[in-house]
Design a protein around this ligand. Structure first.
Ligand code: NAD
Length: 260
């Protein structure tokens, strides 16, 4: 029960890593606001309430500043503050070489993955500063650390998330707010299967097998394994940690190409 009495806000909470994080925060005592553009988040929050946990859902598109302001205000109105913010919503975009990428797809990836993270920081941080502290985890990716041929808009967006994290961590450290970046490698959610399907549709043989064989541990991470890092970074065990990047990637960035 590391988060008893705390308020956690999670974006991209209707599915995948965000959903697992919202559930884990709630089961460890936090009051949790699930934020997503996908209305399915309402049912996920209701399931948590049925377990006797404290959870609400706020539908929002993280690219729209009025909707971001609204989810921040909803958390503060319901529970008085925000102690943990998992700034996580993201999209993968299209798998294609850069000269085959559409401008509209590029703009959409940057809007969700960069502008969405920026707006979350812009509106959540004043709440944390006012209350004297808090912990933020921005979801980047191993694509923030190395190139990823075929998803260059996504890769650029995740490098930007790391840049935002590093800069902002220095801006708010003295006000007691910690800001870190999570760098998952391929993780077993809808997103990685979309990338596999897109690569297969472009004629790649055994896309899933190729992705897995590039990981020394030989498999995708589970959402539970990724979320364990998020909760650690938001917990009182991590009070000296800010501005960092934390890979949960089965060794992929340390030793690309898999095991011997
Ligand atoms: P997912 O597709 O299962 O979940 C993403 C969630 O974000 C969805 O619920 C979706 O509705 C929501 N979302 C998308 N755009 C939104 C918007 N504009 N406003 C509000 N909500 C929006 O994917 P996931 O794997 O759980 O991804 C979560 C994060 O982890 C993303 O930032 C992703 O880039 C990152 N990530 C995933 C992997 C992976 O392999 N799955 C690897 C590295 C990083």
């Amino acid at each position: 029960m590391r988060f008893e009495g705390k308020v956690a806000v999670v974006t991209g909470a209707a599915n995948g890593i965000g959903l697992e994080a919202a559930q884990a925060f709630a089961r460890e005592g936090a009051k949790v606001l699930l934020v997503d553009r996908d209305q399915a988040g309402e049912a996920r929050a209701a399931e948590l309430r049925a377990e006797g946990l404290k959870a609400r859902f706020q539908q929002a598109d993280v690219t729209k500043s009025d909707e971001v302001r609204a989810y921040v205000e909803a958390a503060v109105a319901a529970w008085g503050g925000i102690h943990c913010f998992f700034n996580n919503a993201g999209i993968e975009g299209k798998v294609a070489a850069i000269h085959e990428q559409d401008e509209a797809d590029f703009d959409r990836v940057i809007a969700v993955n960069v502008r969405g993270v920026f707006l979350g920081l812009k509106y959540v941080l004043p709440v944390m500063i006012r209350q004297g502290g808090g912990a933020v985890v921005n979801t980047a990716s191993t694509a923030a650390l190395v190139g990823s041929a075929g998803i260059s808009p996504y890769t650029a967006s995740k490098h930007a998330v790391l840049g935002l994290t590093r800069s902002v961590s220095g801006e708010v450290a003295r006000q007691g707010v910690r800001v870190n970046a999570l760098c998952p490698g391929p993780t077993d959610t809808r997103m990685i299967h979309s990338l596999e399907d897109q690569a297969t549709a472009r004629g790649a043989n055994d896309a899933a097998e190729r992705y897995r064989s590039a990981i020394p541990l030989g498999r995708y991470a589970t959402v539970e394994e990724v979320v364990a890092m998020v909760l650690f970074l938001c917990s009182d065990a991590a009070t000296a940690i800010t501005g960092g990047q934390f890979q949960v990637d089965g060794g992929r960035t340390a030793c690309p190409g898999g095991s011997a």
